[in-house]
Design a protein around this ligand. Sequence first.
Ligand code: NAD
Ligand code: WQD
Length: 341
Amino acid sequence: MKVLVTGGAGYIGSHTVLSLLENNYDVIVYDNLVNSSVESLDRVEKLAGKSVEFVEGDICDKAALSHVFKKFKIDAVIHFAALKAVGESAQIPLSYYQNNVHGSVCLLEVMQENDVHNFIFSSSATVYGEENEVPYVETMKLGTPSSPYGASKVMVERILADMTVSNGRFRGVSLRYFNPIGAHESGGIGEDPTGIPNNLLPYVAQVAVGKRDKLSIFGDDYPTKDGSCERDYLHVMDLAQGHVAALNWLNCNDEFRGVEAFNLGTGNGISVFSIVKAFEKATNKIIPFEVSPRRAGDLPAFWANANKANKELNWQASRSLEQMMEDTWRWQSNNPDGYLT
Ligand code: NAD
Ligand code: WQD
C-alpha cells in the first residue's frame, strides 16, 4: 500500500514515516522543507533499512501535487504539512490560513481528481477551544481556539465534514494530538526547532545542553495542583503508531464512509513543574528556571479522554514519562544543533 505523507520530513512526520516503513507501507514524502531538512529522512532510511521516495514541493502547488498522484499510485494520504507556531500565527494570520487551510483544500481537490479517498489529518487538541471542559472527548462540539493556528485546524475539520456530504466515497480520520514530546529511542531523529523553541520540551532540552541559560515557566498562579499549567504529554513514537493504527482501521473498515475524529493522548495531565522534575531525574541535569508572567492564550489544564482510540483503533499511549525524558535527552545530547550537527 502506497501512502503519501505531506510534511513527512518534519518532527511528527519523520517518526510516522519510520513506523509506516516498519509496518511495510511504501512511503512518498511531499514537503517544501519550510521547517525541516531532508537529513531527517536520510536518518529514517538508515533506521528502517528501507528507502523513502521524497518529492520537494508545496501543498498549494496543485500542478506539482497532481504530478505526484499521477506518478505514484497513491492509496492513502497522511496530511501533516502545516505551519504550527501558535504565537507567530497571530502575527501573520493570512499566511497560516493560506498554508494550512488553502493548502489542505488544494490537496483534497487533487485527491478527489485522482480518485483517492483515504485521508488522515493532523488535527490538534486546540480544536476544543476554551469552552469545553476537561477531559476532552470527541463528542464535544468544536470550540473557538484563541489563535489563528487553532482556527485553521477547526476550519479544516469543518471542510472534512462537508466533504463527507459532497463526496460519498470520502474516508477521513482527524487525529487530535495532545502534546507530543520525545524522540525515537535511537536518538537519531527528533524535534529540531528553528530559532528559539516555542514549546516546553525543546526549550528544557536546550537549557540542559547549554544553549539557553534558563527556562521561563509561564505562570505559577493557575488553579492547578502546583499552580503551573497541566498538559497531556505523549511520546512521539506512540503518536506515530497512532497513525499506523488509523491506517489499519481504514483498511479493515471497507464499508466506512465519512469522517471520524480520535483523541491521541495519555489521559493524564502533567504540570510544567513536574516536567522539569521528571527531566532532571531522568537525565541528572539541573534545569535553572524562573517563574514569568502567564503566556497569552494558555489554558490552565487540558488532557484527553482517549477511550475511543483505545477501543476502536486498538491504540494506547504506552511509553512512560521517564522514557519521554530519556529519549528527548538522547536526541538533544547526540545532536546539540539538531540535524545540522
Ligand atoms: P513540523 O513543522 O516539524 O512539520 C511540518 C512539516 O510540514 C515540515 O516538514 C514543513 O516543512 C512542512 N510544510 C509546512 N508547510 C508546507 C507546505 N505548504 N507544503 C509542503 N510542506 C509543508 O511540525 P510537526 O510538529 O511535525 O507537526 C505536524 C503536524 O501536526 C502539523 O499539521 C501540526 O499542526 C500538527 N500538530 C502538531 C502538534 C505538536 O505539538 N507538534 C500538536 C498538534 C498538531
Ligand atoms: C506547554 C506548557 C506553557 C514553554 C501548543 C499548541 C497546541 C499544540 C501543542 C499544535 C504550557 C509552558 C512552555 C516555555 C513554559 N500544537 N511553557 N515555558 O501551549 O500546550 O500547546 O503545542 O497543535 O495547539 O498550543 O504546548 O509546549 O508550548 O507549552 O512554561 O518556555 O509549558 O505555558 O503551559 P501548548 P507548549
